[in-house]
Write a protein that binds this ligand. Structure first.
Ligand SMILES: Cc1cc2nc3c(=O)[nH]c(=O)nc-3n(C[C@H](O)[C@H](O)[C@H](O)COP(=O)(O)O)c2cc1C
Length: 450
């Protein structure tokens, strides 16, 4: 059978510097934006809408990084409201396992799954920085390996709580006055190094029983966690070569946990620019890149490597002659990219050489080195690029990230999705009622689902 292309939609947020500054962009906070975005995703028969989460606004040079997104409503509140204005679309929320507690997260997902008729998904993230932790008065709470240990036991504890209801306990028999058949419904007891809790869980079993589980970390621990416990991975490895390596690596880990490759979907983030022709799309893509990397953003990007205040530099001039400050990062706070620039002196040397060789200004260099859109072209070109990546096992589909909200998804839904449907690789109707059904994931084993 032809491999299907799974598609999902990421409500654009951080890392997307035109979210609010583009004249075509709307609010990323008002509910009407979420509604328009979700309804476009459902029109295109996408699997789910994905909300990332940041628990602290990023800062640079001690100020809010205002070309990034500023302000983010609470995930569960938004998803619950969207459940009421959509019918089939999965609702995936990023929820942190370092700063929350299993009982409250289990209640929230069970409630969302009830309200949405079985469409809830949980992207389990650990976060890594003490900067975010300060909001919870925990600061650098837990080293990375302990965060994953906590994530693992957090997830299994949430699942124990959800499984404390089998799904057949509520009889509500008016004649006998019996509401529950099983007096032990919802009872649980869990004790380990992180959680010591016992009691009774207060939400009866929801349509999916458990939310679909996503994972988004990329480290060795993160990949192993995904192989052991996730239904899907949200990854940055969106090119063919990197995607194939990641796909083989992670799917290769599944057998250790008694799982098969079909049990875990690999879904990279994908940005796109669609035009009527390839040439028009290329022109538009170049324009978007220039908008995304304004002079101000170019300097901020450089500061993430230089670890110095570079606001006095001219973005249309040459790169700084001064070297980056090595050591603790004090300039850019809350950014994962800071962790990736492991050798700032080598990165700065490489960038200077590239800029000198081509005569590039700071802004031109940043446009060149920061990633361009994954898919650029006419609807047919984009559809064929997507099919090629999925057929060559670089991914099982894509989590689409438009560059503006709320209308950025429309061109893809209205022009690329029909081509994918014609080629028989994307559905024309939702096949099931729950997200798990629509993702084609195997049913939950062992536990009875209501
Ligand atoms: C594609 C992608 C998206 C992510 N989205 C979020 C997010 O929305 N919120 C968050 O707190 N962490 C997010 N993360 C961070 C990771 O989930 C993880 O907590 C962090 O990267 C540390 O794990 P690692 O060392 O295994 O990468 C994301 C990571 C990736 C790769």
């Amino acid at each position: 059978m032809t491999k299907q292309v799974h598609l999902a939609a990421h409500f654009p947020g951080v890392n997307n510097t035109t979210v609010w500054s583009d004249p075509a962009a709307g609010s990323h906070i008002e509910f009407s934006s979420f509604v328009r975005f979700a309804q476009a995703a459902e029109r295109g028969k996408l699997d789910f809408l994905f909300l990332a989460e940041g628990l602290r606004l990023r800062e640079q040079n001690g100020a809010i990084y205002d070309l990034d997104v500023v302000g983010r409503p609470d995930t569960f509140t938004v998803l619950a409201a969207l459940a009421a204005v959509t019918e089939h679309l999965g609702l995936a929320g990023t929820i942190n396992s370092t700063f929350n507690e299993p009982y409250e997260v289990a209640r929230q997902f069970a409630s969302l799954d009830h309200l949405s008729g079985g469409r809830a998904a949980w992207n389990v993230v650990t976060s890594w920085d003490a900067f975010t932790g300060e909001n919870f008065r925990r600061g650098g709470f837990l080293a990375q390996d302990q965060r994953y240990e906590r994530a693992r036991t957090f997830l299994s504890t949430v699942q124990e709580l959800l499984d404390s209801w089998r799904g057949d306990e509520v009889v509500a028999d008016e004649d006998t006055g019996v509401f529950l058949t099983d007096p032990a419904a919802g009872t649980f007891a869990h004790s380990d190094a992180h959680f010591d809790i016992a009691g009774r869980f207060d939400v009866p079993r929801s349509p999916q029983g458990r939310p679909v589980v996503f994972q988004a970390g990329d480290s060795e621990e993160g990949r192993e966690f995904a192989a052991s416990a996730a239904d899907a991975i949200f990854t940055r490895h969106g090119t063919k070569e990197a995607g194939q390596a990641f796909y083989a690596d992670v799917k290769g880990r599944l057998a250790r946990y008694g799982r098969t490759p079909a049990d875990l979907l690999i879904l990279p983030a994908a940005t796109f620019v669609v035009g009527e022709t390839d040439a028009e799309a290329a022109e538009l893509a170049a324009e978007v890149r220039r908008q995304q990397v304004s002079g101000q953003t170019a300097l901020r990007k450089l500061e993430e490597v230089w670890n110095r205040d570079l606001s006095g530099y001219d973005p249309d001039g040459p790169l700084p002659a001064v070297d980056p400050l090595v050591g603790e990062h004090t300039v850019a706070k809350g950014r994962a990219s800071v962790r990736m620039n492991r050798d700032p002196l080598a990165v700065a040397k490489d960038w200077r050489e590239r800029a000198e060789a081509k005569g590039l200004s700071i802004r031109e260099l940043v446009i060149e080195i920061s990633s361009r859109q994954n898919f650029i072209g006419s609807p047919t070109t984009v559809a064929e690029q997507m099919i090629d990546l999925v057929e060559s096992d670089a991914s099982d589909g894509f989590i689409l990230v438009p560059h503006i909200t709320p209308g950025g998804l429309d061109p893809l839904v209205d022009s690329v999705v029909p081509v994918l449907q014609e080629r028989g690789v994307h559905r024309t109707e939702y096949p099931g009622t729950t997200l798990r059904d629509n993702l084609g994931l195997p049913p939950l084993g062992g536990v009875r689902v209501a």
